[in-house]
Design a protein around this ligand. Sequence first.
Ligand code: LUB
Length: 238
Amino acid sequence: MPEPDVDREARPGTGPGTGPGSGPGTEPPGPFRVRPIATRRGPDPKQDRAARTRLLVLTAAAELFTARGFRHTSVQEVADRVGMTKGAVYFHYPTKEALAVAVVEHHYARWPLLLAGVTAEGHGPLETAERLLAGAALAFRDDVVVQAGTRLQVERPQIDAELPTPYVDWTELLAGLLARAEALGELRAGVRPRTAARSLVAAFFGTQHISDVLHERAYVVERWSETAELLFRAIRAE
Ligand code: LUB
């Protein structure tokens, strides 16, 4: 029996039956709809240079936000790190808040790429969910933009800017996959897709946070695989 309760944050047009795992070749519409990241737009060297400079500044900001947090990072330090003037940084990002928003949006823009890669492997919905989170754990260990976006989302109260709502997109994505798994009989009886999705997101967030505090996420991949093994054994049908 499909699961009734819906997250209050749930977004229209996402959730069960619309995400990946709903049969080969269907474009995963779903979550992580962030503003498109400005990338190359045709052979315009000036545009390309600007896009490269923005990425350079954003990566430097991500390194400082990850190490020191939003409040203890200044735009001057970002400028010094990339060898630019503060004015040149402000040309691309008018405020430190705009830099933080851009970093968080780049954090979320990582996931559709991961999703497309794992979906292309053509696994079943439960296997897709497991591999997505394993891929995310690697990104949390190795990708400074993912790390910075996570810290900034925790520091939301200190950032006077509109940041994407955290956690809800991963919950939507996993709930869609687990609903497909339920329809295919891959879920243990009594496991509710949305409840299991919330539990996976909470467990992943907690695992990466503890690993960050204790070891700067050096062992987050190993820690997550332990937790995942336990959780997916509880979720998967015998
Ligand atoms: C994920 C973080 C850190 C959820 O979705 C998010 O917003 C997340 C940043 O806020 O963990 C776990 C998959």
